[in-house]
Design a binder for this molecule. Structure first.
Ligand SMILES: Cc1ncc(COP(=O)(O)O)c(C=O)c1O
Length: 767
């Protein structure tokens, strides 16, 4: 299907539509000419305010025509034409805005408006054909400018309806039409998906592996927009980005300095490079939320000590500095680091800096995040090369698995693109998916054109939701001081222009424009992290951590409580899928796809949960599947009783404390992650049940969710020092047996069943 100009409607704002006068007559004629002769579509709007709303909600407006002179009776308009034009230009730098006027001469129009418009249309002086022709010309020019280079070429090529004699074998979709299942797929995805699925042998689209042609241009454009010296498109997710980065720099015997709170792809990066890891330890608060690694972890002295203390690194290598550091920025819960300060520390002791920003590709585009992202510009004249991984698909708008790898050259050490490309090609396919490339190209153009506007809208909406949750609790407590509702992990008070205010009393727009309100400090300890350094880490407003009752900021457990997993199970049943569930908190992400409707539904469901909890509704009513699967365990309890049973178990068995202790230990390394993996390949591994795991060495990393941090890496030993890890896993296993149906995710752990009981087991090195 071709995209036509009809799909880019013209917004015409005038109070004259259908008026019984000359202007009304001519305006109707103009609309008729545009629709019937030019085959354009027209959205009429009668007031500037309505036009503003339409403009906010539709990014497909192709041209705006503003009647500068609304008639006398419309003087009550709340907004002037000038304000409307200023507003629209603020949101879209390039959409053609044309003034429709006849009373004012050019010199009467304020200069400020002149700077923002693309031309005039004289209401009475020009013919209708001429006016519609001018509008169409602007429209066509604008549509052309909307397409970034690669995507534009892909669309052009697909629309040329060429005969394909190359892969992919379905050849523009034809192959699917030979069998009913194929027809179903063709109809589902549509013809454009098929026609744009092309072979690397189409020269017009350039070469991804060589970064040439329009695809190379697209990567260069992304580098410019994201503040990098080089950007590479990676079509196998950030998991792969991380490996390309490490493969390009790290050799066997090199030391790597890695955030313990790292994604598993970094473990695999260690495996493929055969590096010796030393770890940065993140803080966590009493609620169990993972916080920033201490700044002191990055000092040359601390790094040197970690290397000295390593039982694994051979003495002859101990004088070497780490070849690579890898820090997760932001953390899952939205804690972002002041990268400018971290660079100053790490530049003294690490050869390459890697910031894994899988969840944070948008940071460059809003002043909220100034200095808190890897590609930040600063005047540091001494930094090593910096690498950043972005899952463009996670919180920007690319297709799944479409990611970007950004590189900033070091002040003196430059990255050689030809050398780097060897690692790129080692992890790339020679048959790239072009629609994924197009989505990266388009994500870049979107951020370039109006990234700040889009993210400001999003941040403001996320803050409005945050404020709403706090206000709801305040309202409930005003009626009954013992009432409860969910809370938000966020500042309770903020300082704006030197004055302290309650968070919920500050306008969302003001909070969105005040980075300092979100920066963590020792003085305002809402975050619960010990020894918080100033100007070091901030909370990202769009990562929404909801808290549930049961534990306070000091980690004191109340007599009653609501484990977050029960709430998120309820929400899942209602079609609301959360990003992450901890013991007493759950995380929801705001993204470009979040709508006001989603927010309303969420709040309504949280209220419904509260209502069910408060009346101790039978669990049969709330979780019918759970109760019918385990009638003996849950058949006769109510929701409140059920929440309190699990809460009491957590409290009595000190699960949170046990988790804290487990994660404070970095177990002794017996072999490198790579060697542990080599044992897997060499079949020198066996499954070991948890009860027998003391003094054994897992061959794979074990990552319990929550909190999603590796508790033990492949090659580390579960010895006496690591006993808290064993104890914690044991408690998790017991919990699953006492509360059937509550099986949480633990990567690296399998469950086996014996006599109706579940037992954990893990792949360990054979003794
Ligand atoms: C910190 C971090 N890095 C990397 C990745 C991998 O990203 P992708 O899913 O794009 O492969 C993830 C995924 O969750 C992540 O959380």
């Amino acid at each position: 299907m071709k995209i036509t100009k009809h799909q880019w409607p013209l917004l015409i704002i005038s109070g004259q539509f259908n008026m019984p006068n000359d202007e009304g007559f001519r305006l109707n004629e103009l609309v008729h000419e545009l629709e019937e002769v030019q085959q354009c579509s027209v959205i009429p709007s009668f007031t500037y305010e309505d036009a503003k709303e339409i403009f906010i909600s539709r990014a497909d407006i192709g041209v705006v025509v503003v009647d500068w002179d609304l008639p006398e009776e419309d003087d009550h308009e709340l907004m002037s034409a000038q304000e409307l034009i200023t507003f629209m230009r603020g949101r879209n730098k390039t959409v053609p805005i044309l003034l429709l006027t006849d009373r004012l001469e050019t010199e009467d129009i304020p200069v400020d408006v002149l700077k923002k418009i693309n031309g005039y249309l004289w209401k009475t002086a020009d013919t209708i054909e001429f006016l519609s022709g001018r509008i169409e010309t602007h429209l066509l020019e604008y549509i052309k400018s909307v397409y970034p280079k690669f995507f534009g070429m892909l669309v052009k090529y697909s629309e040329e309806y060429k005969y394909a004699w190359h892969t992919p074998g379905h050849m523009g979709g034809e192959g699917f039409l030979r069998s009913p299942a194929g027809v179903a797929l063709f109809k589902f995805f549509g013809e454009n998906t098929m026609r744009s699925d092309l072979s690397i042998s189409v020269p017009e689209l350039g070469s991804l592996l060589d970064h040439e042609g329009v695809v190379g241009d697209a990567e260069k454009f992304s580098a410019h927009v994201f503040g990098a010296d080089y950007t590479y498109y990676i079509l196998n997710g950030t998991s792969n980005v991380n490996q390309v980065i490490w493969r390009s720099q790290v050799l066997p015997e090199d030391i790597a300095f890695v955030d313990r709170n790292c994604h598993k792809s970094l473990n695999y990066a260690m495996v493929i490079t055969n590096a010796f890891p030393i770890y940065m330890i993140p803080r966590r608060n009493k609620r169990g939320i993972i916080g920033p690694v201490r700044l002191s972890e990055f000092s040359p002295e601390t790094i040197a000590k970690k290397i000295r203390d390593s039982k694994l690194i051979p003495e002859k290598l101990k004088k070497n500095l780490p070849k690579m550091s890898a820090l997760t920025n932001s953390t899952y819960d939205g804690v972002c680091y002041n990268v400018v300060n971290i660079k100053k520390e790490l530049e003294r002791s690490v050869a390459n800096l890697h910031f894994d920003e899988a969840w944070y590709a948008y940071a460059r585009f809003h002043p909220m995040y100034k200095n808190h992202f890897g590609m930040s510009d600063d005047d540091n004249a001494n930094h090593p090369p910096i690498f950043c991984s972005h899952s463009t698909h996670k919180l920007l708008t690319a297709f799944s698995q479409a990611s970007m790898l950004h590189i900033k050259n070091g002040s003196s050490v430059k990255i050689n693109p030809d050398e780097f490309n060897e690692s790129y090609m080692m992890h790339g396919s020679t048959s790239p998916q072009y629609s994924m490339i197009a989505s990266l190209d388009v994500a870049t153009k979107m951020m370039h054109d109006n990234g700040q506007v889009m993210f400001n809208d999003m941040i403001v909406e996320a803050i409005q939701l945050r404020k709403k949750v706090v206000s709801l609790l305040n309202d409930l407590r005003a009626e009954d001081s013992n009432d409860w509702f969910f809370g938000m992990w966020q500042p309770k008070t903020v300082v704006i222009n030197g004055k302290e205010h309650r968070f919920e009393n500050v306008e969302a727009e003001v909070l969105a424009a005040t980075q300092s309100a979100w920066v963590m400090s020792k003085n305002n300890s809402w975050h619960g992290f010990d020894d918080m350094e100033d100007d070091y880490a901030m909370l990202d407003p769009i990562k929404l951590t909801f808290t549930t009752p049961g534990i306070d900021d000091e980690g004191n457990m109340a007599d009653e409580g609501i484990p977050a997993g029960i709430v998120t199970n309820y929400l899942i049943d209602k079609g609301i899928v959360c990003e992450k569930t901890d013991y007493y908190s759950f995380l929801l992400l705001h993204s470009l796809g979040t709508t006001k409707g989603k927010q309303g539904t969420l709040l309504a469901e949280l209220f419904k949960f509260k209502e069910l909890y408060d009346r101790n509704a039978p669990l049969r009513e709330v979780f019918p599947e759970l109760t019918s699967a385990y009638p003996e365990a849950y058949g006769n309890v109510g929701l409140k009783t059920h929440c309190n049973d699990i809460h009491k178990y957590f409290k009595d068995h000190k699960l949170l404390e046990s988790m804290q202790k487990a994660f404070q230990v970095i177990p002794d390394q017996v072999m490198r992650p790579a060697e542990a993996y080599h044992k897997v390949v060499g079949k020198q591994v066996e499954y070991v049940e948890l009860k027998d795991m003391m003094n054994r060495v897992p061959a794979v990393m074990v990552v319990p969710y929550p909190p999603g941090i590796p508790i033990i890496m492949g090659g580390e030993i579960l010895n006496e020092k690591a006993k808290p890890i064993f104890d914690y896993l044991q408690k998790r296993q017991d919990f699953e047996n006492i509360f059937p149906g509550y099986q949480s995710d633990i990567h690296g752990v399998e469950r086996i069943e014996k006599n109706g009981k579940k037992y954990f087991r893990t792949m360990c090195i054979k003794q």
